[in-house]
Structure formats: C-alpha cells, structure tokens
Design a protein around this ligand. Structure first.
Ligand SMILES: Cc1cc2nc3c(=O)[nH]c(=O)nc-3n(C[C@H](O)[C@H](O)[C@H](O)COP(=O)(O)OP(=O)(O)OC[C@H]3O[C@@H](n4cnc5c(N)ncnc54)[C@H](O)[C@@H]3O)c2cc1C
Length: 414
C-alpha cells in the first residue's frame, strides 16, 4: 500500500498527481471465505479491518449492495462523543473514542478527527438534573465531562440566544468530543482492510443466507452463492431484513433520519451543539457549511428521505437559538435509515444460528462508535464469544430484561 506522507505528496506533485495508486481493488467474489461481512458501511469495514489486523484472518469478504460508505456512514452529521449514562455504554463508546484519537495514524489516512467539544443543552429543570447525573456518572468512569452554566455557554458561543421559547438553563460539555470526516472513515478502513487482503465486493446485494443443521453455510447474492464459515451482519437500517433471511427476528425498527447542510460560511461555530429536547444539533464543517441534524420521523420505512415538518421544526429551533443564521441558505437535505432498538443501545452479538453474528441497533448515534464497534465485533466473530466490552449488548437482554436504557443520552441524537 502506498504510504501517505508529506514526502509522497511532494513526490506526486512533481508528476501532476498522476502516480497515485487505486485505493482498493474491485475483486470478483471467490467461491469461499472464512468470514463474510454483510454491509460495507463504516462498521462493516472496521470489523473486516480488525479481523485481519488483530486476529490474523485473511480470507475475508465485505459484501455491499451499493457502493462502500453509501449508507448511513456518509449520511450522518459526524458527531463523536462518549458521554453516555450507563457503565456498559460509556465503556464501549470510550473505547471507540480512544481508537478515534489514534485513527488517522493507525490507518495512515486523515479522518479529520477534530476534538472541538460537544455541548448537550438543558432546557428544563429536569433536563439539568439529568445532565448533572450523567456528568457525574461520566466522571466516575474517567470520561471528561463538565456542567456549563448559561454564562459559560455564552462565553463559548457569544451569539447564542439563551431566552428562547426553549430557555437554555445549562449544558453538559465533553471537551474530547467533536466531529470527523465520515467518508474518510469508510475510505480509510476500506483501504487498510484491502491492503490486508480483505475483498470488498460492491454492487453485490445479499439476497439469502443458507443454513444446514442450525449453522450458516454461505450467502446468496446477485453475483451467485458464496460459501462462508462465519457471517457477520452489519447492515444498519436493513439489519432486520438481512437477519430475517436466516430466520432471526430482531427487536429493531427502521426509521428515516434527516440532515441538511447550508452554504459555506467563514469559521464562526467553534463547537458542536446538540439539544435532544428540541431535536436539533449543529456544527460547522471544515469547508464552512453548517451541518444540521433533525429528529427521526416516527413512522417506519426504508425510503432515504423524511418529512418536511421534521426539518421545519428543527430549523425553527436553530434559528431561535442562533438568530444570526436566519438568512443562511440551505444547500442540501437528505435522509438515512436508522435501526432503532427498544433501549436505544446497540446489539453486538452471537445469534441462535451457529456462525451468524449481528451488529445493529445503533439508531441515530452509531457513527461515533465506528472503530470501537468494529473492534469488539471482530473479537466476537474471531473467538465466537463477545469481548467484555460488548457482553452486555447481546440479543439475550431482550429476553432476560437486562436492558441498557440510553434514551436519555441517545434520544434523538448522538
Ligand atoms: C441523518 C443522520 C445523522 C446521523 N448523525 C449521527 C451523528 O452525528 N453521530 C453519530 O454517532 N451517528 C449518527 N448517525 C447514525 C450513524 O450514521 C449510524 O448509526 C451508523 O453509520 C451505522 O453504521 P454503518 O455506518 O455501518 O451503517 P451504513 O453505512 O448504513 O452501512 C450498512 C451497509 O449495509 C448495506 N446493506 C444493507 N442491506 C444489504 C444487503 N442485503 N446486502 C449487502 N449490503 C447491504 C447498505 O447498503 C449499507 O452500505 C446519523 C444517521 C443519520 C441517517
């Protein structure tokens, strides 16, 4: 694999940048693999990368029905944080945060991880009680977390209007939180996995999962049958559809979630602001666009679009909080399909079918978990048992009642 560095950049600039290699191959599928990962989003690609890198497996394919990173990976608003409430969730997201902190070096690919801080606003006394509880829980788990007063919010964002119909009473703040470039995460993992021999097969929808004596034998695809000893389903919004192919019923609902970006502005917005109560979150990309996310639509569906009133509601709230953006024009709007679990926590688990593993249920907030999710999923698939960090996130919890209720920290957003 060609290494990216200041020297390779200089060397290639002398030949008009015509000497760069392709970043990954486009192989035809082989007849048989040790592991087939279904879904080339960030989580699927990270799973394949860590399977090869940490567990020494080489005969791996990632099968993608569209193009790699074309699902939620490239549709999200890129917020990264680890300040969840419960120990299980905090430790998992914090593992991910630590991986983010070295990811550009690890992959030799600039994922543009920018730790500019994430603020979660509180609008009611109950919001503030919840924030104080979550910040205390975070600190007990060694996660950086602060409670900000309204004047401390104003210091960071002098143009915020605190006295809206949603009065701002304070916020939680995670200084190590921030944003990353979503496409680069998919491309970086794809390039690094490909260099370790992983076959990434695009435009190849999985249409069936074959089983014999309760164990998987392979996948049917639009390019034919591919034999597999193990299958990892990492299909986000289509998780329940692909699991159903193996007769596994998941407690997952798929909903549309929307985002939009404005025309580029000069740098003005120094951090990330989220409000679960009013279903709005906002940051500014390095290119200058305001990146704005909305709440989920309450109906289920697989159309990658949402309803107008949802973004209208979000923009009303944003303009009330930040009146200086009232005349900014919006450039693009889009939707993704998020896989929502009953306790707003992910499922990273073995299934009742031998050799079949599932990673889903990240809902509106899985981008931040991309490296950590791939890391624990790879461990689970390689060893046929969960890592301590994802043991609590098994499918069993929906039968034994040991739920990890993160509605407070995950709710709408991230
Ligand atoms: C508008 C929006 C904003 C968001 N904002 C944030 C945020 O700020 N922070 C955050 O942490 N999270 C956010 N999320 C959530 C986050 O994007 C997802 O939780 C996460 O990206 C899901 O994992 P993934 O990247 O692997 O999924 P995806 O990228 O969706 O990958 C799944 C892949 O599986 C493929 N697939 C499906 N069915 C098949 C099949 N039958 N055969 C082959 N391939 C198949 C799909 O084509 C897709 O490429 C947001 C999501 C949306 C939609």
């Amino acid at each position: 694999m060609q290494k990216f560095s200041i020297w390779s950049l200089l060397k290639n600039s002398l030949s008009y940048h015509e000497g760069w290699q392709r970043q990954w191959r486009s192989p035809e599928p082989k007849a048989e693999y040790d592991v087939v990962v279904v879904g080339a989003g960030g989580h699927g690609l990270a799973t394949a990368y860590y399977l090869a890198k940490e567990h020494g497996l080489r005969n791996i394919a990632v099968i993608e029905r569209g193009w790699l990173g074309g699902g939620n990976t490239s549709r999200n608003t890129t917020i990264v944080r680890s300040n969840y409430l419960w120990d299980e969730a905090t430790l998992l997201y914090e593992k991910s945060m630590k991986l983010w902190e070295g990811l550009s070096q690890e992959l030799n690919y600039n994922v543009m991880f920018s730790q500019r801080g994430v603020m979660n606003l509180g609008h009611t006394l109950q919001d503030m009680r919840d924030i104080e509880r979550r910040v205390s829980a975070n600190r007990l788990n060694g996660v950086d977390a602060l409670v900000l007063s309204p004047s401390e919010i104003k210091e960071r964002l002098p143009f915020i209007n605190l006295k809206t119909r949603y009065p701002i009473l304070g916020a939680s703040f995670q200084p190590r939180g921030g944003v990353a470039r979503h496409d680069a995460v998919a491309w970086g993992f794809a390039r690094a996995a490909d260099a370790l021999g992983v076959d990434i097969i695009q435009n190849c929808e999985v249409t069936g999962i074959r089983r014999q004596n309760g164990a998987v034998t392979g996948v049917d695809t639009v390019k034919g049958f591919i034999q597999a000893k193990k299958i990892a389903l990492v299909a986000a919004g289509h998780a329940s559809v692909v699991a159903q192919m193996a007769g596994v019923r998941l407690p997952i609902e798929s909903h549309p979630l929307q985002a939009l970006v404005s025309e580029p502005l000069k740098p003005i917005f120094p951090t990330v602001v989220m409000s679960n109560a009013i279903h709005a979150y906002i940051s500014q990309s390095d290119k200058g666009d305001l990146v704005i996310g909305a709440g989920i639509d309450s109906y289920t569906g697989y159309g990658q679009r949402g309803s107008y009133q949802t973004i209208e509601h979000t923009l009303q709230a944003i303009v009330e909080m930040f009146p200086l953006f009232s005349r900014v024009r919006m450039n693009r709007q889009w939707g993704g399909i998020v896989d929502v679990s009953p306790d707003a926590s992910p499922i990273i688990s073995k299934t009742p079918v031998k050799g079949l593993y599932i990673n889903c249920g990240w809902g509106t907030g899985g981008f931040k978990a991309t490296p950590g999710s791939g890391w624990v999923m790879a461990h689970t698939v390689a060893h046929d048992r969960p890592h301590a960090l994802n043991e609590a996130f098994s499918l069993d919890r929906f039968y034994n009642g040991h739920l990890i209720d993160e509605h407070g920290a995950a709710a709408v957003a991230h």
